[in-house]
Design a protein around this ligand. Structure first.
Ligand code: AMP
Length: 216
């Protein structure tokens, strides 16, 4: 199963991605994660991407497309994958389709997580993550067992630098401006599965898995 998870920042893509990937045994490919790792390791891509990420803007298509192209050619992606945070522009979607057409492995379904702006701001400002393993938490919806500490590696949780209110608003504006066109792109391909993401995490997961199980 080759899946794309679409939705504004903070809608719960990372949380749902983890659950879907574990259910269908496919790798979770998050461009945000790959880029943050590159920034942390000060690679050439990381140095290029950091300027844009700090401003809450999109990293240039050419950089991100290249990253994803090589990632989906890795052996663990041969029987499927879930793309989280990619594509974000029609140019990225088109480049992805071209590569997958050549491989004769088209996208199966595009899951669109849909929620109102107030809900999104509430979720983003309460979001925390582990700087060691990248696991995500939320101060209200997805608490760690011990306040402020990662369940997996015991590290102190941090707030992502781009989850500050000003950057959050910028990221939402960027999403609405650029990523919105993707919804139409995939609607035209008849691949869009829209999910109401304003519900409890477990209910959303159940809904997605039930609908995907019918398709697979
Ligand atoms: P995310 O964790 O998906 O919210 O991504 C964090 C940041 O990484 C974004 O605000 C962008 O600066 C950058 N980024 C992630 N994925 C992409 C993409 N597909 N295209 C361009 N920039 C991206």
């Amino acid at each position: 199963m080759r899946l794309i998870l679409l939705g504004p920042p903070g809608v719960g893509k990372g949380t749902q991605a983890e659950k879907i990937c574990s259910k269908f045994s496919i790798p979770h490919i998050s461009t945000g994660e790959i880029l943050r790792e590159a920034v942390k390791n000060k690679t050439e891509v990381g140095l290029q991407a950091k300027v844009y990420m700090d401003r809450g803007e999109l990293v240039p298509d050419s950089v991100v497309i290249q990253l994803v192209k090589s990632r989906i050619l890795q052996p663990d992606s041969s029987s499927g994958f879930l793309l989280d945070g990619f594509p974000r522009t029609v140019a990225q979607a088109h480049a992805l389709d071209c590569q997958l057409d050549t491989l004769e492995k088209p996208i199966t379904v595009v899951i669109q997580l849909d929620a109102g702006e107030d809900e999104i701001v509430k979720r983003l400002t309460g979001r925390r993550m582990c700087p060691e393993c990248g696991k995500g938490y939320h101060i209200a919806f997805l608490k760690p067992t011990k306040d402020g500490v990662c369940d997996q590696c015991n590290a102190d949780l941090i707030q992502r630098f781009d989850d500050s209110e000003a950057t959050v608003r910028r990221r939402l504006a960027v999403y609405l401006e650029k990523t919105h066109d993707l919804i139409d792109y995939y609607k035209r391909q008849n691949k869009l599965l829209t999910i109401d993401a304003g519900r409890e995490i477990e209910i959303i997961t159940e809904d997605i898995i039930k609908k995907l199980s019918v398709i697979s």
